[in-house]
Design a protein around this ligand. Sequence first.
Ligand SMILES: *Cc1c(COP(=O)(O)O)cnc(C)c1O
Length: 370
Amino acid sequence: MISSTGVLTIDLSAIQSNWLQVAAMLNGRAECAAVVKADAYSVGAGEVAAALYASGCRSFYLATLHEAKQLRQVLPQDTILYVLGGVREGTEAALVELNLIPVLYSLPTINRWLDFCQSREQAFPCAIKLDTGMARLGLTEGEFVKLLAIAPDSPLLNPVLFMSHLACADEAAHPLNDDQLKRFSSAVTKIKTIFPKIKTSLANSSGTFLGEAYHFDMVRIGAALYGINPQPGSINPLQNVIDLKLPVLQIRETEQPSSVGYGATASVKAGTRLAVVAGGYADGINRSLGSAPEGRAAGVEVRAVGRLSMDSCIFDITSVEGDPAYIDVINHELTLDYLMSVNKTLGYEVLTSLGRRYQRRYISSGTNNE
Ligand SMILES: *Cc1c(COP(=O)(O)O)cnc(C)c1O
């Protein structure tokens, strides 16, 4: 059947294989957690998490309580779900009821959690995040010193994980990596004097590839699961996971020289064959794919012409024989990596912009589970 919207095919076995590959790099010494925030970077958190559970993954990271709540309904209870957005006022009870672990990233959020633990007289588990050089979420050095001072007298403080996040892990030679590693290691030594069993975690996907020193007890991989190259510039060791086809709604041959699209920013000669396809900037078909996004029609290279519209865009298919039903915009050739290198954009952005209007098709080892 020809779909009226684009078809986003997600290869769950490729995601499993990417996870297994990274997990194997850890030699059984560290745990490989999956980051499935933002609906698994747009490809479907429920499906991805269930597939990874089947491969042996037991720890998952979400951004918000809402995301974690949805995933809790899908995953068995022997999974640990971390909420990176921490604890907002009024969400304490929901986090505990759903058996979620908030990542506390400041003294006020630690105090909020402690207040709740005191009101219930129970030491509910939490994770603590330190900022080691990114100035995003995480305790400042000053806050960390204060935490170390209050922790011995806070019997209800029960941090099970201590973590930080790297700012430049995708640039292996960047000096900040080593700097953050040193700061984190030194903080780990200090916090372990109070909580000797606390687990530790520093690396995202790219950080994991910086070497064993970065692995600690757990790595948290997002991008690598979805096939984004953890080391841009080197050969991507991971499998491509997604394929995106946009259906051709109309094919027209220009009878005279004509302008194309809003603003008449492009013009074509008479006799140009144009394919109008479903999928526009509201679907992530935007400038992160280049000024004239590239596609494949029946395997032939084609380019978009004119401005991209919200729901559609126009490809010049003059060089294509016959009437293609679809134009491929992401596939084994037009990988996120390739798009990233050609357009100088982030594979992360391309992926998370894809939006909700596509028909999603999940495949596993070549089988089709629509
Ligand atoms: C998003 C996120 C990750 C995953 O990063 P990738 O680069 O996609 O592997 C890991 N840790 C934290 C704290 C994050 O916010």
